[in-house]
Design a protein around this ligand. Structure first.
Ligand code: UT7
Length: 341
């Protein structure tokens, strides 16, 4: 059995509402200059009242299916990477599958925060190459605007909402689009660096006495920054060595879009030029599990990702978690721009 999981479709979705740095500065003690210079972010998008993560996931999933030319009933697995599910229980993926016209598909959520998309790809690829499923839709979707403390100028500046998705089909490991391997890891010793403390079994949402602020997302930015650079660089290098790319290295790295300074540092660690590092966070901020597939869709649209390039994806997030994968970029039919909902 020499099968590989091959990316054959790609799509993204963003909320209509755009929040610029100037918009934030009207509301909070911050400035366009601080946000731009410390993060590289200029705009982010946020969902409207009444919208939820699944709405973005369905829009991105449907774009990816169209890009793959896949019929909904050819796809029998939906994996949704998210840390902002529609409800704490059940998982959001089955509802997404049902709304996309694939009600019998296997469907589950993956909670690995900003590494979620790479973890979800690895899980779907393993099920596909084992022959458990025929084709898979892998979606990264998050709406952190729903869990940010409105008074927290740091996290409000950084995070945005969005969704990105790919379709995987079985194929040959030598063909463009084939996922060539994974490097995955975690370190629970850093589990308190990125948290929503309340609402789980430790600090319960019903009948609990958690302070109100424990229901908001919290991040120790500086410690996370250092870990992000270290983990993504190490994980990417492990994978480069393992798949035999050490000689020439990747042509492009699409890393989790958390901070422009982190992207530059990872590029430096890997000995790459600035042009080889994909930047999308300026327009959408940190979209958590959506960040890598949205950056892929944007780069494909702009023509900076072209067929035949050696592309490495690497992510880092809460948990702490990290993960990388790599592929030769395939020729894809892409819906021209992300759907706006
Ligand atoms: O996606 C998962 C992984 N996440 C990440 O990788 C995030 C990694 N961390 C970061 O990107 C950065 O740490 C942040 C962008 C979150 C913060 O930047 P920083 O340069 O590390 O700032 P800081 O938190 O150390 O704060 C420096 C100063 C503080 O003021 P004082 O105490 O020095 O007076 C903050 O209060 O900057 C202040 N500050 C702000 N000032 C204006 C923090 N946020 C803002 C703001 N506007 N929005």
């Amino acid at each position: 059995m020499n099968r590989a999981a091959v990316i054959c479709g790609l799509g993204g979705a963003l909320p209509e509402t755009l929040v610029s740095n100037a918009d934030l500065a009207r509301e909070l003690d911050t400035s366009d200059e601080w946000i731009r210079s410390r993060t590289g972010i200029e705009n982010r998008r946020v969902i409207a009242p009444g919208q939820a993560t699944s709405d973005l996931a369905v829009a991105a999933g449907s774009r990816a299916l169209a890009s793959a030319g896949a019929a909904a009933d050819d796809v029998d697995l939906v994996v949704l990477a998210t840390s902002t599910p529609d409800h704490p229980c059940p998982a959001t993926a089955p509802a997404v599958a049902q709304r996309l016209g694939m009600p019998g598909a296997a469907a589950f959520d993956v909670a690995a925060v900003c590494t979620g998309f790479v973890y979800a790809l690895a899980a779907a690829a393993a099920m596909l190459t084992a022959g458990t499923v025929r084709q898979a839709l892998v979606i990264g979707a998050d709406t952190f605007s729903t869990i940010l403390d409105p008074a927290d100028r740091t996290t409000r500046a950084v995070f945005g909402d969005g969704a990105g998705a790919v379709v995987l089909r079985p194929g040959d490991p030598a063909e463009p689009g084939a996922l060539l391997g994974f490097d995955l890891g975690s370190d629970g010793a850093g589990s308190d660096l990125i948290t929503v403390r309340a609402g789980g079994s430790r600090q319960r949402s019903a009948g609990g006495d958690a302070p109100a602020e424990d229901h908001w997302f919290a991040m120790q930015g500086r410690a996370v920054f250092a870990e992000a650079v270290l983990s993504m660089s190490k994980s990417a290098q492990h994978l480069i060595d393992r798949i035999g790319w050490a000689g020439r290295g990747p042509d492009r790295v699409v890393a989790h879009q958390a901070n422009l300074r982190i992207l530059r540092a990872v590029g430096e660690q890997l000995g790459l030029s600035e042009e080889q590092i994909t930047v999308h966070l300026d327009q959408v901020g940190n979209t958590v599990a959506a960040s890598i597939p949205l950056a892929l869709a944007d780069a494909q649209n702009k023509g900076t990702l072209t067929p035949g390039q050696r592309v490495l994806l690497t992510g880092f997030g809460g948990g702490l978690t990290w993960g990388s994968t790599a592929l030769i970029w395939p020729s894809l039919h892409l819906a021209p721009a992300p759907a706006h909902i």
